[in-house]
Ligand binder design. Structure first.
Ligand code: CU
Length: 485
């Protein structure tokens, strides 16, 4: 009898389950963009949504996760959506997934590369997927949300910011944050090794600040892959590179590597100059705009590439701890700093993770790094060159890259020359040829950047590069906004 009852129960449960699935499937169909015909193709054998080589799967995954969050917890939908992403990040390489799921082997071997080492198709896929995250995802009932903004808003509330900065949890927290973004886009985040720009004569001339990579470094980001992005504060992305602060130099990197314990390098409060967190603030301030403020930094996608490099520094440091110091980095968590950074404290807002989990080998095992390019080949990147006087690779300038585009390419119409500008060049009047943005354009862009920008606490850089100009954007007084997470 009991067997019969449980069988009936099982049958009933599957019928209800199937009905529920059918309803959500039907509901989901009229809310996706016209070109995405069938999100069902991205479900795996167990009915779970899977990211594939098709970029549309990114849209479908967010829609599905948010829809589930909405049904289970309508009042905490953003939090539940972030938790779902976190689960995916942490179990990306679980044994079960590794054995049973499509593309699992590939996902477990993700490798973060210096951004100038990516193939063009890898870079385009990365920016395309970020742009998909930045597009409103529509749900039935007129509900819509922007996945990128929800992810970016995690790095916003005072509670989260305090849990993430000013102590030993800084590194672990941001490691989890990077994994979360990767779970949303289904591919590794590249890293921006700013040493390669620091070693240039004029870092603001780097090819990174062109449409080939990050888009303009001066004023509104109105071209390049992130052109026209409007932040959660309803304003444009802006930058003012080289105003203050400093990129990370080889010397700073090496100074950190003189230590073999976490204590000195994760303590930003003791007035020590050797703190990864302090060094990391330099590029935030150097780029300026949204990136220079704790509350808005992650609105600029450059945030994730910069933090990829911060994580790379830690990764190198940890390997050295093991090799030279015979120390286990997973247990070398200094029990100091603010209360929110205590080892057994919750890693707010990341579910049930504790701060000490950020230091675990398990988290580290989810990420591999391709070593930053070195001389003489510099990874054969067309954007890098070996400076033989210092025996280090450095970035090419926009102009060098422009010149390297063959005439044949341009005349065959395969690619148009891009606008390039060096602020120093333009203001000194050395050049005003065609196709070069004029100083007036640059300044008008910067004026547009002086609208009401919602900034909170600024990063404090311990380093100021002598080459910086000190002409920070004059942002209007700060306005705080209610946070989502
Ligand atoms: Cu941060």
């Amino acid at each position: 009898m009991k067997v019969l009852q449980s069988l009936t129960g099982l049958v009933l449960a599957s019928i209800v389950g199937c009905l529920f699935l059918t309803i959500t499937t039907v509901k989901g169909q009229y809310s996706r963009p016209r070109h995405i015909r069938n999100c069902q193709q991205f479900r795996d054998r167990r009915g779970r949504f899977e990211l594939t080589g098709n970029d549309d799967s990114v849209y479908c995954l967010q829609q599905n996760l948010y829809q589930s969050a909405l049904s289970s917890s309508p009042f905490n939908v953003s939090i539940v959506y972030v938790e779902a992403l976190l689960q995916r990040a942490l179990f990306r390489c679980s044994y079960f997934n590794f054995v049973f799921r499509r593309n699992a082997r590939e996902r477990c071997n993700w490798e973060r590369k210096e951004v100038r080492m990516l193939s063009r198709s890898e870079w385009h896929r990365f920016t395309n997927r970020l742009n998909i995250l930045k597009r409103p995802v529509r749900l039935p009932g007129g509900i819509s949300f922007i996945p990128y903004d929800i992810i970016s808003d995690i790095h916003r509330s005072d509670v989260n910011i305090d849990a993430a900065h000013g102590g030993p949890s800084f590194l672990g927290w941001h490691r989890v944050y990077l994994l979360l973004l990767e779970a949303a886009i289904g591919m590794p985040v590249p890293y921006w090794d700013s040493r390669l720009d620091y070693d240039m004569t004029e870092p603001t001339d780097s090819v990174l600040w062109s449409d080939e990579f990050f888009g303009p470094g001066f004023g509104v980001v109105d071209s390049g892959p992130f052109a026209g992005w409007i932040t959660a504060d309803n304003i444009s992305l802006v930058r003012n590179i080289g105003s203050r602060g400093s990129l990370i130099s080889d010397a700073m990197f090496n100074d950190i590597l003189r230590y073999t314990r976490h204590d000195p390098v994760v303590d930003p409060t003791q007035g020590r100059s050797i703190s990864i967190e302090r060094i990391h603030a330099g590029p935030h301030v150097w780029v300026d705009g949204q990136l220079s403020s704790l509350q808005t930094a992650s609105q600029d996608p450059v945030f994730f590439l910069h933090h990829g490099f911060v994580d790379y520094i830690w990764y190198v440091f940890r390997n050295q701890m093991r090799d030279d110091g015979n120390i286990n980095p997973a247990s070398d968590y200094p029990n100091k700093g603010p209360t929110s950074h205590r080892p057994l404290g919750n890693m707010i807002p990341f579910g049930s993770l504790r701060n000490i989990h950020g230091y675990s080998d398990f988290l580290e095992s989810l990420t591999r790094y391709q070593t930053s390019p070195t001389c003489p080949s510099c990874g054969r990147s067309r954007y890098l060159e070996c400076d033989q006087t210092i025996n280090r690779c450095k970035s090419k300038t926009r102009r060098q890259f422009q010149n390297s585009i063959s005439l044949a390419d341009v005349s065959s119409g395969r690619r148009q020359p891009e606008n390039i500008v060096s602020l120093a060049d333009v203001s000194s009047g050395r050049r005003q040829p065609e196709n070069i943005t004029s100083l007036a354009d640059v300044l008008s862009g910067r004026r547009r950047a002086m609208g009401p920008i919602y900034l909170g606490r600024k990063f404090k850089s311990s380093f100021t590069d002598r080459r910086t100009r000190g002409d920070a954007l004059r942002f209007l007084p700060l306005i705080r906004r209610q946070t989502l997470v």
